[in-house]
Design a protein. Structure first.
Length: 241
């Protein structure tokens, strides 16, 4: 009797293993399909402004820190993304006669052991369970899974100061955390999101969603942000957090 029970348990375990394998393949297919299709980028934005209208003239002087200048071409890409986003809200660079002084900064890092965070589907700690057996009692165990993908953290900051008074008139930042990252795309989206609502954005923290790969016709006419890339239009939309 014990031998027949063992065979039945083994057959059941193999069946569940096959089901798990099929499910994993289906999830992988859906994930790959999502990578090739429409993607939504969520940016956490905080903005503070004392501007009532776009500065006149609508020009800025970009002021880089010595450490940023030392990075050379590596930081030039960030500068280009910031310039494109500022142009998208009607500001053009003029280092000789800018009416405001612009300062930018970016951050990039991995979030270590992000797959261990509570709620992550890759968290290896299982729980107690029950199953067929003889007699009274309980049993428990731990289920170990493969480690999940690391989260990427990207953030931008932008400050505008009045060129005459040196007072800060606009301060904004945007950050992004996700498993997918493409710096050239992400930094442009973050600068766009940080400038969402310029020159009179909602004060304080909010969430700005940008859709990559959406049809051009789906973009709202009131959106002032330019596409993140020519082949992948981005549609930003802000909502209170």
């Amino acid at each position: 009797m014990f031998r027949s029970f063992d065979k039945a348990a083994l057959a059941s375990a193999l069946q569940w293993r096959r089901i798990a394998g099929i499910t994993a393949m289906a999830c992988a297919s859906l994930w790959l399909a999502g990578c090739a299709g429409v993607r939504t980028i969520d940016s956490d934005v905080q903005s503070y402004s004392s501007l009532q209208q776009i500065p006149a003239p609508p020009t800025y002087r970009l002021q880089l820190l010595p450490s940023q200048v030392a990075l050379g071409p590596q930081f030039d890409t960030v500068v280009q993304q910031a310039e494109a986003s500022l142009a998208g809200v009607g500001l053009r660079r003029d280092d000789s006669q800018g009416s405001v002084i612009a300062q930018i900064d970016v951050q990039a890092r991995y979030i270590p052991d992000s797959w261990l965070l509570p709620g992550s589907p890759y968290n290896p700690y299982g729980g107690f369970g029950w199953g067929p057996g003889w007699g009274w009692g309980w049993r428990g165990g731990m289920v170990w899974r493969d480690t999940g993908p690391s989260l990427h953290y990207r953030a931008v900051q932008l400050t505008l100061r009045d060129a005459n008074t040196q007072q800060v008139v606009y301060e904004t930042s945007a950050r992004y955390e996700d498993v997918w990252v493409d710096d050239q795309v992400i930094y442009r989206i973050l600068f766009d999101s940080a400038l969402n609502g310029f020159p009179k954005p909602p004060q304080g923290p909010r969430r700005v969603n940008t859709t990559l790969g959406a049809p051009t016709s789906a973009q709202p006419a009131s959106s002032s942000a330019a596409p993140a890339a020519a082949s992948t239009p981005a549609t930003p939309a802000a909502k209170p957090k």
